[in-house]
Design a protein around this ligand. Structure first.
Ligand SMILES: Cc1cc2nc3c(=O)[nH]c(=O)nc-3n(C[C@H](O)[C@H](O)[C@H](O)COP(=O)(O)O)c2cc1C
Length: 272
């Protein structure tokens, strides 16, 4: 078990739920878009649609939503499943999830709020509709009891890089986040995504790609380089840390294979 290793180094916990941080961040900023991540495998779609619509309304259109399907078996267990759902099934759920939340966000027309003092009417009831959604995984009567988000729908992002993840992005998303190592990989990813977006009948420019970068900062270039060297030396001195970080991303427990490494500490050592 690697639980102790992760906790000691704060690799996965403690961290805060992203949703309550959103209004704090939007109040402290003026121009940034803030996009919390939610899992389509564990969130109830109606609740999510209302939460994001509320945050988007309160920030006057600066909040989006990053839809992930989640990989961790342990996360699934936290939400009451014995084992996580199969990868492709998770994407089938995600498709339906996004389809449903988009319908909820559209359940109010843009001009549904009339706020007419003379007639005393706040909302025009003809411009708010039930959606009566009945899917394979999710159902919702609707309409949403929050008004329509300022831009019709919030900005939609997703972060899965598999063919299923890219197909999901091509159909629904405004942006994709991808973590790739080289410029060549990034170019190939972007070209593939643009093809898929076009094949889904959309303008390829309507789906942007964000590549994850981890800059090392310093007051001067030399200071940043020195800091980068120190970090690399720390990583080199601790193969366990590199493996734990990789294990955290891939949901593979490398602690057992560590024991077979020539320079690794014996099983049950203090590192775990
Ligand atoms: C840059 C990036 C950020 C991600 N952030 C999260 C996250 O915060 N929470 C989460 O459960 N999954 C997160 N994921 C996992 C993905 O959304 C997705 O579940 C995983 O990559 C498996 O999908 P795939 O097989 O299509 O890549 C992230 C993935 C990437 C690439």
């Amino acid at each position: 078990m690697v639980r102790g290793f992760y906790l000691k180094r704060a690799l996965r916990a403690p961290k805060n739920d992203p949703l309550p941080l959103v209004p704090l961040l939007t109040q402290a900023t003026k121009h940034l878009g803030i996009v919390p991540t939610i899992s389509t495998s564990f969130y109830p779609p109606y609740l999510l649609a209302r939460l994001i619509a509320t945050l988007d309304l309160m920030s006057k259109g600066r909040v989006g939503c990053n839809f992930v399907t989640s990989t961790a078996e342990r996360a699934a267990q936290n939400f009451g499943l014995d084992a996580h759902l199969d990868h492709d099934l998770r994407y089938e759920m995600a498709e339906e999830f996004v389809d449903l939340v988009e319908k909820l966000w559209s359940s109010w027309d843009a001009d549904a709020i009339v706020a007419d003092r003379d007639t005393g009417a706040f909302v025009d009831p003809a411009k708010v509709r039930a959606i009566d959604y009945k899917g394979r995984f999710f159902s919702s009567r609707g309409p949403l009891n929050t008004a329509r988000p300022p831009q019709g729908r919030p900005v939609l992002i997703q972060a899965g890089g598999s063919p299923q993840g890219r197909a999901f992005a091509a159909k629904h998303m405004d942006c994709v986040i991808a973590a790739l190592g080289t410029v060549e990989e990034m170019t190939a990813f972007r070209l593939d995504l643009r093809k898929r977006v076009a094949a889904a009948g959309r303008d390829p420019d309507s789906c942007k790609v964000f590549f994850v970068v981890t800059p090392t900062l310093g007051e001067t270039k030399e200071e940043a380089q020195e800091r980068g060297r120190r970090r690399q030396a720390q990583r080199d001195a601790s193969p366990e840390l590199a493996l734990a970080q990789m294990g955290s991303l891939t949901d593979i427990d490398f602690s057992t294979s560590m024991r077979r490494w020539p320079n690794s500490r014996p099983t049950g050592s203090k590192a775990r």
